[in-house]
Ligand binder design. Sequence first.
Ligand code: SAM
Length: 474
Amino acid sequence: MSMYNPKSKIASEFICDEEIRDTLRYAQENCGNRELVEGILEKARAFKGISHREAALLLECKDPEITERIFALANEIKHRFYGNRIVMFAPLYLSNYCVNGCVYCPYHAKNKVIRRKKLTQEEIRAEVIALQDMGHKRLALEAGEHPLKNPIEYIIESIGTIYGIKHKNGAIRRVNVNIAATTVENYRRLRDAGIGTYILFQETYNKTAYEALHPTGPKSDYAWHTEAMDRAMQGGIDDVGIGVLYGLETYRYDFVGLLMHAEHLEATYGVGPHTISVPRLCKADDVDTGDFENAVPDDIFFKIVALIRIAVPYTGMIISTRESEKSREKLLELGISQMSGGSRTSVGGYVTPETESENSAQFDIADHRSLDEVVGWLLDLDHIPSFCTACYREGRTGDRFMTLLKNGQISNCCLPNALITLKEYLKDYASPETRKKGEAMIKRLLADIPNERVRTKAGEYIGKIEDGERDFRF
Ligand code: SAM
């Protein structure tokens, strides 16, 4: 009898190794069954998702014509729920002190070469002002795990500092947090500090591989890490973000594990993951990607992203600057709804860009463009760069957000909010060239807002922003 139970709160039961292996066998055996494949694609067309088994079967299907249909459907689903908006954010690295032994991350405790750094509150201020001056409104906080150097009190204090900084027209309006798995009590404190999403990557769902990749430190406890989102929910955090680090384990296993995690959250809490991230392993200080044999080639990676979009249609999907411009351009058409821009992965890197010899960075990024270049590029590709943070500030989190998204009502807020926040960006931070492109897009898309009252109001807000007022939202 399989132990698999999506509603269980025990890691080995909701991420059940036996169920994953069974699923992979089933996918192998049935991927040539045309009738089955057509049936799953038909089901996916209802925009209500497909199961981990169904998605695994499509992933295994080698027919290029089917892959093209999967890509087209992913793009359609993205547009249905998220339009052509792309929410912008940047990571902020607070500290690279870490007690863990993750073999793929240069922050691991045994790395004596990397320059260790922890930002003071004054240094955080300077970093945040630099980020505000680029135009960012939404951050993802990143830190190594170190109970003495980076205790929860430090993280909470830093969040307070960040929200408190008012510089020119700048403001950070949503702080997401990507820190190590912690206790219910600490999650409650993060909730009380007003975080947006709590993000934690599983790295790999394969317990044996997980234990080998995390030989020492608190993160080596697979169950503690895998059950973190359940504790976060218990601590009152509504929005959680999951992901695996592709390239560590075989992509097939982790693809199924990730979808089972999403199914677990939906089954247990009535709301799936707010976001899913799709990082791929990068070269870093003392980490050579050549030492890892599970690198995921582009064509398979693209299919994974498209199938996550199809399987979990409501989730936000995040791509970072780990991916190159070329890869990001392709991924934009496969379901991505959020991306970072102008990122620095070194501690203090926004104020003082690092030279090669003093690396405190977590990994080497592939997209080095400035935020303005990324915004201009998105406009050229007919995507709306959005700096919106309205849902969370209006209390539209957790199942409230998901319900509005699922029944399509969210589009009455999202398009106007995207245009309003883009207008702020263009007015305060954009280069003349980007501003011109952005203004043309706003003029064109304002007319697309379906509700007349909202359309009129959005036009008024945009006029007021032109006159110097800020921070409107629906
Ligand atoms: N330290 C926290 C933890 O243990 O969960 C999270 C913060 S860490 C700064 C963010 C993520 O970066 C990790 O969860 C991991 O997936 C990813 N990462 C680590 N090393 C990487 C590498 N060499 N290339 C790409 N991503 C990496």
